[in-house]
Design a binder for this molecule. Structure first.
Ligand code: SF4
Length: 465
């Protein structure tokens, strides 16, 4: 049997059984003595269960679409507060926020509001759609496009164009994350792309399964961050959720270990983290993964919700993320943070589920996505064939600087920010641009002032907004 077939059988079995509550309750007891502050998961669970009916009632009374998540988030801090002397998982790096308000990006944001043609601050892209893994939750897998690696000159031109576009000289793309809809390490030019981008003054980052990363000092040093996709902390569950064999689990783990060794031994600034996409039936993997990240000496482990397409093809039950067990589990995982290791849940995205706070999308000119097929579309939701009217161009056929300067680019992007388009009804669940959208929509449509940010303090990963 192939890995895909084995994975499908075991996934179906997991789905049928649902959340393994008993195992999670046992894990609560097992980790209690090593949590970084006095925190009894079982007691917290009981308190949340008791409080939940009144939380739901209050949300019903308020009646706004986001009332429930807002109340849950504030109550969680009351029920399970972090003592001031305990390690703050978000002290150094806040993965559930946006940096768009920071003063470093203010001039560009204001230029956009004045109607000037700005370069995206961040581009999220892939160098291929190929991947040797078959993750259960992979949204790219729903789009059925072919991989199309190009010649080196195409990628070189792209990076050159990133630095020359913009509303003013020196106002090109500031950060490129190789995540998007494919495993970029499969592209033979992956390493050249990262090093050339860095040499052009662009911050570079990667999200990878790690198997073909081949880390060495020069590569790891070139990254602002390297994030490993690892959605389970135990071998068998990893093989199921990521659709791979023992060999791939071992290879991916070795790549993570080696990257961390290189970073630590050379005192590099590169952030190295693990990311779990949390499907409810894999909830018993949250604590094992948080512990694995701690053992490996990663900088962080982040736990995020699973995005679904607008038709709900993956069938994710978003209400599960708001259950007392899920809330307690994520709080417990965060309490496994220590001074130089942070476990973070992306609370706001998980709580928001399908309910966006904005009815126009302003984020894509600031944070653009591109497909591993070289299609330039404003965001990952629109890479598939069904959305060809949002495909602005293909950088393997024409220069990106011309695509960016075209009327079509600004028409498509303008359409998303117009009354003719409503992300609440027409988009997949929460997207990469979600936090940027929340802030920019509030600023433009509701007059919410941008927060003043500290000029003396530039947050980590500033160019990945
Ligand atoms: S809100 Fe919709 S259109 Fe805008 S970036 Fe997100 S998924 Fe794309």
């Amino acid at each position: 049997m192939t890995n895909d077939v084995i994975a499908e059988i075991t996934r179906n079995e997991r789905r049928r059984k649902g959340v393994n509550e008993n195992k999670i309750l046992r894990q609560f007891d097992e980790v209690q003595s090593i949590l970084s502050y006095p925190f009894s998961p079982r007691e917290v669970l009981h308190e949340i269960e008791t409080a939940m009916p009144s939380i739901r009632e209050e949300a019903r009374r308020i009646g706004t679409p986001n009332a429930l998540q807002d109340i849950i988030l504030s109550k969680m801090d009351e029920i399970a507060p972090r003592p001031p002397n305990a390690p703050n998982p978000r002290g150094k790096l806040h993965l559930d926020s946006t940096k768009i308000e920071h003063w470093k990006h203010r001039e560009r944001l204001e230029a956009w509001r004045r109607g000037e043609r700005i370069a995206p601050i961040t581009v999220d892209m892939a160098l291929t759609q190929k991947c040797s893994f078959s993750c259960e939750y992979c949204y790219a897998g729903l789009q059925f496009n072919k991989a199309s690696p190009e010649e080196w000159a195409t990628y070189q031109n792209l990076l050159d164009d990133f630095t020359t576009i913009g509303h003013a000289s020196g106002e090109g793309v500031r950060g490129v994350s190789l995540v998007s809809d494919g495993e970029s390490t499969e592209n033979p030019y992956f390493r050249d792309f990262v090093l050339y981008g860095k040499s052009k003054g662009i911050d570079m980052a990667v999200g990878t399964n790690g198997l073909k990363l081949n880390p060495d000092l020069e590569l790891i040093r070139a990254f602002t961050y390297a994030r490993f996709n690892i959605s389970a902390g135990e071998r068998e569950a990893y093989k199921q959720v990521m659709g791979v064999s023992d060999k791939q689990w071992e290879g991916a783990l070795e790549s993570i270990r080696e990257s961390i060794r290189i970073k630590r031994e050379n005192n590099l600034e590169t952030t190295i983290g693990l990311q779990m996409v949390l499907l409810p039936e894999y909830a018993d993997q949250v604590i094992p993964l948080a512990l694995l990240g701690r053992d490996l000496k990663a900088d962080y482990t982040v736990i995020k919700h699973c995005s679904d397409d607008e038709k709900g093809s993956l069938g994710v039950d978003y209400s599960w993320y708001k259950t007392p067990l899920a809330l307690t589990l994520l709080k417990t995982a965060e309490a496994l943070s220590i001074d130089d290791y942070s476990v973070q849940a992306k609370w706001t995205k998980m709580m928001t589920g399908r309910d966006r706070r904005y009815s126009k999308c302003f984020g894509t000119p600031l944070m653009l996505q591109m497909s591993g097929t070289c299609i330039v579309a404003p965001c990952g939701s629109f890479f598939g064939k069904d959305y060809s009217r949002y495909h602005i161009g293909n950088y393997s056929r024409e220069r990106f600087k011309d695509i960016w300067a075209s009327d079509k680019y600004w028409e498509v992007i303008g359409h998303l920010g117009s009354d003719k388009f409503n992300p609440q009804k027409m988009c997949a669940t929460l997207c990469l641009q979600d936090k940027v959208n929340e802030v920019v929509y509030g600023w433009v449509e509701n007059g919410v002032p941008l927060r003043d940010t500290d000029r003396a303090h530039v947050p980590q990963h500033i160019n990945f907004i």
